[in-house]
Design a protein around this ligand. Structure first.
Ligand SMILES: NC(=O)c1ccc[n+]([C@@H]2O[C@H](COP(=O)([O-])OP(=O)(O)OC[C@H]3O[C@@H](n4cnc5c(N)ncnc54)[C@H](O)[C@@H]3O)[C@@H](O)[C@H]2O)c1
Ligand SMILES: [Zn+2]
Length: 356
């Protein structure tokens, strides 16, 4: 088992190892004082893992109840959170009890927010079951739901007490959902130093791959819990990726958007002499091997237009994250009015590719 410490205000550990799911109760019991748990899960994950998880909690002396909601972004809403809170109240949860998120990043977001709100805040643990949730969403304490106007517009910072990653649960993951996680892993490779990048390129056992990525994210989050500077680097590929997601009406996977966004950032950076040559090509090879898209039919102008409205933008400037050499990326503030021109070079290579 690998253990990664996350040094946020209230520190916690991420445990990674095969078979952890069946030890969820015992390992949670070490980190919290409450003995009543409300497990949240969506209706795809619940049939696969809920019974085993509840059983694991009961074996460790917990009173366990559950709340299952429909899978999909359309249900990542305050309405779902409200129903979860009511279920928790009905199950008799008190201030000292806890929630557990069993599922992907979506379940983690809903559960974290429910835990932040219930009785003005109770503990929660994360049991992520997607690669994306393990390497990205379950670390950092960001929780949110969607509003009609956009994704993740309503949320809170609330750190989990523990995160339990059992790589065996990834076996049931659809290939495209697994690839989404790899998009974030490759993004980490592009900003987390050459050593990490090399380990990702050469391939390593899943447990180590997850631990490496959690270590990187937790290192950054520990230094910048509330996303003022350094943590912005994790947005690499996301400004343009989000633009592409928006243009498709969010019909592509988030990881697919990130993959294309990473390609735009890397290609434009190389074109403007801000990045060593070869970085774009290597990243493109890595993404392609995972079956992720590296081009899009949308033009640079369309993507710049969609990215202009990014919520991460401050005033009339936008902070891009750009690769600068193997394993290194930097923050690059740019006037919003220059965005269009900055990525126009991508047309014909990454963007505006019609024969898809
Ligand atoms: N809080 C954060 O820091 C953060 C970071 C990144 C993403 N997110 C959020 O996470 C969500 C995306 O995460 P995700 O990709 O994990 O999405 P998800 O939770 O929707 O999971 C994707 C799909 O896989 C299914 N699934 C999950 N685990 C499974 C398993 N082991 N076997 C079979 N099927 C399984 C789910 O039911 C779902 O249909 C988005 O809502 C995003 O906004 C949050
Ligand atoms: Zn992402």
């Amino acid at each position: 088992m690998e253990i990664v410490k996350v040094n946020t205000g209230v520190p916690y550990e991420v445990l990674i190892g095969a078979g952890l799911l069946d030890r969820a109760g015992e390992l949670t019991g070490e980190a919290v004082s409450g003995r009543r748990v409300m497990i949240l899960s969506d209706d795809r994950v619940a049939p696969l893992y809920l019974e085993r998880t509840e059983e694991a909690f009961r074996r460790a002396g917990f009173a366990a109840a559950h709340f299952v909601f429909p899978a999909g972004e359309a249900h990542k809403t305050l309405a779902t959170v409200e129903r979860a809170l009511e279920a928790a109240e009905k199950a008799g949860l008190t201030r000292s009890d806890l929630f557990a998120a069993l599922g992907g990043g979506l379940t983690g977001d809903i559960t974290g927010l429910a835990a932040a709100l219930f009785l003005r805040g109770v503990d929660f643990v994360q049991i992520p079951t997607t690669l994306l949730a393990m390497v990205d969403a379950s670390v950092g304490g960001k929780t949110a739901v969607n509003l009609r106007q956009g994704k993740n517009l309503c949320g809170a910072f609330h750190q989990p007490r523990r995160v339990l990653c059992d790589p065996e649960t990834l076996r049931t993951l659809p290939r495209e959902v697994y690839a989404e996680g790899m998009a974030e892993v490759i993004k980490h490779g592009a900003l987390g130093g050459e050593e990490l990048l090399d380990r990702i390129v050469h391939g390593e056992p899943l447990e180590n791959l997850i631990a490496d990525n959690v270590r990187l994210k937790s290192g950054i989050v520990s230094l910048d819990e509330r996303e003022s500077g350094l943590r912005q680097k994790l947005n690499l590929g996301h400004t343009f990726g989000h633009g592409v997601e928006k243009l498709t009406g969010f019909s592509i996977y988030h990881g697919e958007g990130v993959s294309i966004g990473l390609m735009i950032a890397a290609f434009a950076a190389e074109h403007h002499g801000l990045c060593r040559p070869g970085v774009w090509k290597e990243l493109r090879g890595m993404l392609t091997r995972e079956g992720l898209p590296v081009t899009t039919c949308f033009s640079a102008a369309e993507i710049a237009g969609a990215a202009r409205n990014d919520k991460k933008r401050r005033g009339d400037r936008i902070t891009l994250v750009l690769p600068e050499s193997r394993g290194q990326s930097r923050l690059y503030p740019l006037a919003v009015s220059e965005l269009d021109e900055f990525i126009a070079c991508c047309d014909g290579t990454v963007t505006g590719i019609k024969e898809e």
